[in-house]
Design a protein around this ligand. Structure first.
Ligand SMILES: O=P(O)(O)OC[C@H]1O[C@](O)(CO)[C@@H](O)[C@@H]1O
Length: 233
């Protein structure tokens, strides 16, 4: 694991931008993307950068079940708002949260990942160590699947909704094995609320109780953390 400690959120985004510039210059063709508040400063820098994504493919980690791409709370909408409207990709895949046939949507997404091997996978991390929507207890060999969100995750994501009861309780998420299949992984964690999860991910045992701890087994992981997120290392 390559740990990059930075002073604050701004520096985390600057450092992450360098990694994207380098990856695209070296021929990256498929970018695994994440949502949540952590990646927003990076997306702002990518949106105003000189990088051309029009020949690249993006594959997003997850999508709430029951929301379609036009729903302002959907992750497709989030990605369009923060990145795709400024930097279109050749194709941007997001799991289908509105499919009537979840099994078909899951199989289709696994096929997309198999046909487009991810060169650089961006991750945030949940306060409970989740990656994507892979909550604690998710098998390390999981591929795309339907997840039941924990109360901690529903509460953490409620800030984007009118009220907590509006937060979907299920999502369709790339699995941990799907994430681990990426050639390179970049995890960004900022803020005190992630300090425990970061310490468990980097120094803790590899356990399904902390999904991100599996990253210790990946050959090319970079973790960018600010001082607050590094405070329990
Ligand atoms: O970056 P945030 O908003 O703290 O979210 C942390 C994690 O929670 C999720 O948004 C899922 O709830 C992940 O996609 C994200 O990595």
């Amino acid at each position: 694991m390559n740990i990059i400690r930075v002073k604050d959120v701004e520096q985390s985004a600057e450092k992450a931008l360098e990694i994207y510039q380098n990856a695209v210059q070296h021929g990256a063709k498929v970018l695994g993307l994440a949502t949540g508040s952590t990646p927003i400063p990076l997306y702002q820098k990518l949106a105003t950068s000189q990088i051309d994504f029009s020949e690249l493919v993006s594959i997003n980690l997850d999508e709430y079940l029951g929301l379609d791409g036009e729903d302002e709370q959907s992750y497709r909408y989030f990605m369009t708002k923060h990145l795709f409207q400024y930097k279109p990709f050749k194709h941007s895949y997001v799991p289908d949260g509105k499919s009537e046939d979840h099994e078909a949507a899951i199989k289709a997404y696994d096929r997309i990942i198999a046909e487009h091997p991810i060169d650089l996978q961006l991750l945030g991390i949940g306060r409970n160590g989740h990656i994507g929507f892979n909550e604690p207890g998710t098998p390390f060999d999981s591929t795309t699947h339907i997840v039941n969100l924990t109360q901690s995750t529903v509460a953490a994501n409620a800030r984007f909704f009118e009220k907590e009861s509006d937060v979907p309780t299920q999502a369709i998420s790339m699995g941990i094995a799907s994430v681990m299949s990426a050639k390179k992984i970049l995890l960004i964690a900022t803020g005190e609320s992630k300090a425990e999860a970061v310490a468990a991910t980097i120094n803790g045992p590899i356990t399904e109780d902390v999904p991100a701890s599996i990253l210790q087994k990946h050959s090319d992981v970079t973790i960018i953390i600010d001082e607050a997120a590094a405070s329990k290392l």
